[in-house]
Design a protein around this ligand. Structure first.
Ligand code: SF4
Ligand code: SF4
Length: 252
């Protein structure tokens, strides 16, 4: 286990102290704690557990390269118009740990983004995946305002015209649709790969470097790998006070 009881209590108190306006920036779950609170779920509920104890900056970069390459995520070479499906950022305050975290759409069980979309271009599947229909997106960006995690990006430019020379590691994938200027995009938990019985590409990329660094599975199945990981380790989820119920967990 990565954290002993003393460390757990220290982080738990910091998690409350560090939040803006007295709110916690993350929720710390003791091993098995979530399980006790999770209602019985029917069907599937896809979830991801990221082992931050063994994660490195290089592996997070590999995950982004793999995801952005497979999904034709444009790279305009300008941080102001950056499109990101998965990225690293210093999420938890320095006092806890001075390091970056791997961030992506949390595929929240209670996703505010879906509630505010006026056209139904973003919606939640029964298995929990928050989807995007780029043909129905009118670019109003309500979902971007609704997402508290910055998990959505807007195409200010034409993704098909993203300069190739800026993205030598991102060869086009002819099997995945490119988007158009003026639509919002984000991670879809690799729904196209799950449909073929494959794992998300970031999971494959990370686990090639270190086994079980990213664990992906069905939270509704008590015997699944994600349930076992949550039973065994201390984990955190982002911004608990919002009640979004994220399905991405971090082993700390
Ligand atoms: S992380 Fe943001 S975009 Fe993803 S489901 Fe939650 S609110 Fe929606
Ligand atoms: S699950 Fe798929 S779409 Fe989402 S960040 Fe990972 S590789 Fe990208």
């Amino acid at each position: 286990m990565g954290v002993d009881r003393r460390q757990f209590l220290k982080i738990a108190s910091l998690s409350t102290l560090l939040g803006i306006g007295g709110k916690a920036v993350f929720e710390l779950l003791a091993p098995g704690e979530l399980e006790a609170a999770v209602p019985l779920m029917e069907g599937k509920r896809w979830a991801m557990v990221i082992d931050m104890r063994r994660m490195t900056d290089e592996i997070m970069d590999e995950c982004q390269k793999a995801c952005h390459s497979v999904h034709n995520v444009p790279n305009f070479g300008d941080p102001k118009v950056e499109i990101k499906w998965i990225w690293k950022d210093e999420y938890v305050a320095d006092e806890v740990k001075h390091r970056s975290y791997l961030l992506l759409c949390n595929h929240c069980s209670n996703p505010p983004c879906c509630r505010v979309c006026p056209t139904g271009a973003t919606w939640q599947r029964e298995d929990g995946i928050v989807m995007m229909d780029w043909h129905r997106c009118i670019g109003c960006r309500f979902c971007m305002a609704g997402c508290p995690y910055g998990s959505r990006s807007f195409n200010w430019g034409d993704p098909r015209k993203a300069p190739k020379e800026l993205s030598p590691d991102f060869p086009a994938n002819p099997e995945f649709p490119t988007r158009t200027k003026g639509v919002v995009e984000k991670c879809t938990f690799c729904d196209e790969r799950l449909a073929k019985g494959e794992l998300p590409v970031c999971v494959e990329a990370a686990n090639k470097k270190k086994e079980d660094l990213l664990i992906f599975g069905d939270l509704a199945d008590p015997d699944s790998n994600v349930r076992q990981a949550l039973r065994k380790h201390f984990t955190i989820r982002r911004k608990p006070e919002l009640g979004t119920n994220p399905n991405v967990y971090y082993i700390v």
